[in-house]
Design a protein around this ligand. Structure first.
Ligand code: ADP
Ligand code: MG
Length: 237
């Protein structure tokens, strides 16, 4: 345990919560499928970044997480890779039952980046990813969602629009990611986030990532996460 403590200290990593799984050092230790390992190799990701080392075993074990780390630290793969595993673990269900993974991001640029990253790892497994954000035709988006998908990457406003249009339901969604939660709050998306969370099953897994943790985000985290483990990397938050 001392080596883990020294390692965390050297990278300014703070972890709190109970029964925290040991961090891992290599993607080979994640138990990923051959397809996922191939997709990781294709990205030239040699080894997990510090936030990935801490977050992957936590999320893969099914726990909720609050991840605080600055931009560029590799948070996207930290939630996308376990999301693929989570979806592959689900029993086959009718396609009209809606997405299993739901990712909310503050802007269309960010949502698009996550969509691109998610597709790289989803495609080899035949998992379908839909992007839902403003600037695209609502009718096209409606049709795409109606055709079915396992992952939705969305800005909160447009996702609410699509839910109102009954383009999808969140009845099957069991993996929720709130990415850049502080920015979503800055942009005034708190009511939309609460509405989306309210449509999700209470037994879902919830992941919240943020560069900072203002009091309002802290309060939301306390309300919507279950026994989360908090991981802070670097002098942030
Ligand atoms: P964040 O969300 O923390 O700002 P990103 O997930 O956007 O960071 O990742 C930043 C960059 O690092 C991206 O270009 C991504 O492809 C790359 N990256 C992610 N994980 C790894 C890794 N394990 N090894 C090398 N590069 C990585
Ligand atoms: Mg990010």
């Amino acid at each position: 345990e001392q080596d883990v403590a020294d390692y965390r200290k050297s990278l300014a990593i703070r972890v709190s919560g109970f029964d925290v799984p040991r961090p891992l050092k290599m993607f080979e230790d994640c138990g990923f499928s051959a397809e996922l390992m191939k997709a990781i190799a294709k990205q030239a990701y040699e080894k997990p970044t510090p936030i990935q080392c801490q977050a992957l075993p936590i999320v893969l074990s099914g726990r909720d997480i609050i991840g605080i780390a600055k931009t560029g630290s590799g948070k996207t793969a930290a939630f996308v890779l376990p999301m693929i595993v989570h979806i592959m673990d689900q029993p086959e269900l009718a396609k009209e039952e809606g997405p299993i993974g739901v990712v909310c991001a503050p802007t269309r640029e960010l949502a698009h980046q996550i969509y691109v990253e998610a597709k790289k790892f989803a495609k080899p497994h035949g998992i379908r990813v839909s992007a839902v954000y403003g600037g695209m035709s609502k009718l096209d988006q409606f049709k795409e969602l109606k055709a079915g998908c396992e992952i939705v990457v969305a800005t909160p406003g447009r996702l609410i629009d699509m839910l109102k249009m009954k383009a999808l339901t969140l009845l099957r969604a069991t993996y929720l990611v709130l990415d850049e939660a502080d920015r979503m709050f800055d942009l005034g998306f708190e009511p939309q986030i609460r509405s989306i969370v309210g449509q999700l099953r209470p037994d879902r897994q919830t992941l919240l990532f943020s560069a900072t943790m203002p009091r309002k985000v802290e309060k939301l985290a306390r309300e919507i996460l279950t026994d989360p483990i908090r991981v802070t990397v670097g002098e942030v938050g």
